[in-house]
Write a protein that binds this ligand. Structure first.
Ligand code: ADP
Length: 174
């Protein structure tokens, strides 16, 4: 068990960290699931910030991430990370999901944020099998922080019982 990684069950908009990660879609214009919850909690300033980024760089491709203010959510920033849609596993999904986590961690570190919370990216509407996605999330974060001082703490925020159980098992094995 790495002391720098933990899992909690709940709503990511209520976690006390420096930065939370949103499982966004390529449009960056909001959506359902955790994306909807984050935009509702943040208020219209978040969508406005995403629109500015959209105007400058267009859509955000799977594997990539951008950072904005957090509106009314009491964290310093939101990282909007676009995970891959699951197409059966032969479309580079694993590499793209790993990239999504790495790029999010890079953004947090570049902004000197010490604590970050991730949802289980791609495991809702995007259909990524939960066990496989969790293994990539945990392994990628573990390798990343093993080489770097930041972020100091990574919290996996699981919404459902199944993901919570999977993450607990994986973290216990580290
Ligand atoms: P994706 O399109 O990347 O699959 P979803 O938002 O559909 O994104 O689902 C990603 C994960 O986020 C799912 O496991 C879902 O249960 C979870 N989730 C939904 N709402 C919240 C929330 N408020 N906080 C944390 N996780 C959430």
């Amino acid at each position: 068990m790495s002391e720098r990684m933990s899992v909690i069950q709940g709503d990511i908009t209520r976690v006390e960290v420096d930065v939370i990660v949103n499982a966004a879609n390529s449009s960056l214009m909001g959506g359902g699931g955790v994306d909807g919850a984050i935009h509702r909690a943040a208020g219209p300033a978040l969508l406005a910030a995403c629109q500015v980024i959209r105007q400058h760089q267009g859509e955000c491709a799977p594997g990539h991430a951008v950072i904005t203010e957090a509106g009314n959510i009491p964290v310093k920033a939101v990282i909007h990370a676009v995970g891959p849609v699951w197409h059966g596993g032969e479309k580079n999904e694993a590499e793209l999901l790993e990239q999504t986590y790495r790029n999010s961690l890079d953004l947090a570190a570049a902004n000197s944020y010490r604590t970050i919370a991730f949802p289980a990216i791609s495991t809702g509407a995007y259909g990524y099998p939960k066990e496989l996605a969790a293994k990539i999330a945990v392994d990628t974060v573990y390798r990343y922080i093993g080489l770097r001082p930041l972020p100091e703490q990574v919290v996996f925020v699981c919404f459902d019982d199944e993901n919570t159980h999977i993450y607990e098992q994986l973290l216990a094995q580290l």
